[in-house]
Design a protein around this ligand. Structure first.
Ligand SMILES: *[C@@H]1O[C@H](CO)[C@@H](O)[C@H](O)[C@H]1NC(C)=O
Ligand SMILES: *[C@@H]1O[C@H](CO)[C@@H](O)[C@H](O)[C@H]1NC(C)=O
Ligand SMILES: *[C@@H]1O[C@H](CO)[C@@H](O)[C@H](O)[C@H]1NC(C)=O
Ligand SMILES: *[C@@H]1O[C@H](CO)[C@@H](O)[C@H](O)[C@H]1NC(C)=O
Ligand SMILES: *[C@@H]1O[C@H](CO)[C@@H](O)[C@H](O)[C@H]1NC(C)=O
Ligand SMILES: *[C@@H]1O[C@H](CO)[C@@H](O)[C@H](O)[C@H]1NC(C)=O
Ligand SMILES: *[C@@H]1O[C@H](CO)[C@@H](O)[C@H](O)[C@H]1NC(C)=O
Ligand SMILES: *[C@@H]1O[C@H](CO)[C@@H](O)[C@H](O)[C@H]1NC(C)=O
Length: 454
């Protein structure tokens, strides 16, 4: 029996909807927002909010004091209106860091106010320079139950100096981020504004249960390689209801770099991203990789508005990465003024050192892109897989882009498309079975299961 193609899609999507939640539970997870039983103001630790006095010690002392409340329901550190200049400091478990309306935490632009720390094991070195890296402004290491929130208080990374040092080659270590959590879980970041990050704005790595909502992230257009939110080797991540305008990728999912990431082996998985407004003049609205050696899977993205960007959605990898990008569904995307709507490239990204394994080939498969509309788009798609590891089951449905060029660029890629304009390349017009039963990633036995999941 041969069903019309559109009907097959309809059935598949209906099944997906009926089968329910998928990643929906991730964003619904209830985070503890009860007021903490104890609260102290940073003023009690001698901080001065004049934008000039260095408050690193006040923050460190406050956190040290609040550690003793961890087993008493936790505590809140209250930051009143003012400009609070500080170097990097650590958080502690069962803590709420609350930034009042009009409170700005200003990152010191003096590198001597930032500790130097070892590289992450899944990267083996700093991302920009070999060797060590600067500790981030706000750090959480091995923590549980941390809330960073406020009435739209601000973190200002004062990144301009760092951008210049990167561009002039005068950095001594890789640049710091604004917030980094390592090996932590149950983290909520909400109701905040992030400005001028030196490098990544929010970087959860080896984390679980991360919820980021209602944040505004703004970094100047000419901030080199500044990322908005970068979930890295982390699972159960929700990013929602936010606006991110940065120099490079607004949201970037990662999981380690070549042999270091393969060895560490921790994927980014179970991610739900929804309702974001993104802008990235030199990068992508959302990207996967290029560092993806621990694998990236089971990601649901919906309701994106991507404007004035170089790329809309990007999948990036290269030989030597190993790992995989699979089972990614992106739907309901509005694109305006974007050079290339969809990019998948198997030849992007450098290597940490020359010890990477050329035979570690990444796998990119089961990518579903559905319900995209676009105006003022240069190129609809540029999909270049790897000869020895072509990208497979790239499935496009209901995609309508007003483009300046009618062609797609495709090589070493296969998949299926339905109701896509401009008309995609031949490689994306194979049978729909490549998107469903036939394309099981878990082998023959699981074929039926994967049919119903996709
Ligand atoms: C694909 O990912 C979704 C979440 O986005 C998950 O619910 C589903 O089980 C995954 N399918 C397979 C076959 O792993
Ligand atoms: C911050 O945390 C790191 C790693 O957990 C630790 O090595 C460092 O000493 C801490 N710094 C302070 C000031 O507590
Ligand atoms: C938060 O503050 C920023 C400026 O710091 C402002 O642009 C933004 O509109 C504010 N957001 C809300 C929800 O008030
Ligand atoms: C890098 O180190 C050199 C030598 O110690 C120092 O003069 C320079 O200021 C440092 N650069 C930065 C950006 O910290
Ligand atoms: C954020 O702000 C909104 C509106 O002010 C408020 O309803 C909400 O409880 C705040 N907190 C979080 C975590 O969203
Ligand atoms: C989507 O996010 C915006 C903030 O960027 C928020 O104002 C709006 O309420 C969100 N929409 C829904 C349906 O949650
Ligand atoms: C397609 O996406 C748009 C937002 O870009 C949304 O308004 C619309 O409801 C979606 N259509 C379907 C059929 O889901
Ligand atoms: C696939 O990739 C290989 C190696 O990069 C290249 O030689 C070949 O031309 C590509 N195939 C197509 C159809 O472009």
């Amino acid at each position: 029996m041969k069903m019309p193609v559109a009907l097959v899609w309809l059935l598949a999507f209906t099944i997906l909807l009926i089968r329910g939640e998928g990643n929906n539970a991730i964003c619904k997870e209830n985070f503890k927002l009860d007021p903490r039983p104890h609260s102290v103001s940073i003023l009690e630790f001698g901080a001065v909010g004049d934008g000039k006095t260095l408050n690193t010690l006040a923050f460190q002392n406050a956190i040290f004091y609040l550690k003793s409340f961890a087993d008493k329901g936790g505590a809140q550190l209250y930051v009143p209106p003012g400009k609070w200049l500080t170097g990097s400091f650590n958080l502690t478990s069962h803590l709420t860091l609350f930034l009042e309306k009009g409170a700005t935490i200003l990152a010191s632009p003096d590198p001597s106010h930032w500790d130097i720390v070892s590289p992450l094991p899944s990267y083996g070195r700093g991302i920009e320079l070999p060797g060590k890296r600067y500790r981030s402004l706000i750090n959480g290491d091995n923590l549980i139950d941390v809330v960073i929130t406020g009435e739209n208080g601000t973190f200002d990374g004062q990144g301009a100096a760092w951008w210049e040092w990167l561009e002039t080659g005068s950095l001594n270590y890789s640049r710091p981020h604004i917030i980094e959590f390592v090996s932590s879980k149950h983290i909520l970041i909400s109701n905040l504004t992030f400005l001028n990050a030196p490098s990544i704005n929010i970087h959860p790595v080896y984390c679980s249960q991360i919820h980021i909502r209602k944040v505004l992230i703004e970094t100047s257009v000419d901030s080199p390689y500044v990322l908005g939110v970068a979930p890295d080797s982390s699972d159960n991540v929700c990013i929602e209801d936010s606006t991110i305008n940065v120099g490079h990728d607004a949201v970037s999912l990662k999981s380690g770099w070549d042999q270091y990431g393969i060895h560490y082996g921790r994927p980014t998985t179970a991610v739900h991203i929804r309702n974001l407004s993104l802008k990235s003049p030199t990068g992508a609205g959302i990207s996967f990789g290029s560092e993806m050696s621990g694998g990236i899977s089971d990601v649901t993205v919906e309701r994106l508005n991507i404007q004035s960007s170089h790329v809309g959605v990007a999948f990036r990898t290269t030989r030597g990465r190993g790992g995989y990008i699979r089972n990614i569904t992106i739907s309901d995307v509005d694109l305006t003024s974007v050079d290339t709507a969809i990019v998948a490239n198997g030849h992007t990204g450098s290597h940490p050192d020359d010890k990477f394994d050329r035979d570690a080939l990444p796998v990119v498969t089961h990518i579903v892109l559905r319900n995209f509309t676009g105006v003022d788009i240069g190129l609809a798609g540029n999909l270049i897989g790897i000869g020895e590891s072509p990208f497979t089951s790239i499935c496009l449905a209901d995609i309508h882009l007003q483009t300046h060029s009618d062609s797609w660029i495709c090589s070493n890629v296969s998949g299926f498309s339905d109701d896509v304009s401009p008309k995609p390349c031949q490689e994306l017009m194979s049978s729909q079975s490549s998107c469903f039963a036939g394309g099981s990633i878990y082998g023959g036995d699981a074929a039926a299961q994967s049919y119903y999941s996709w």
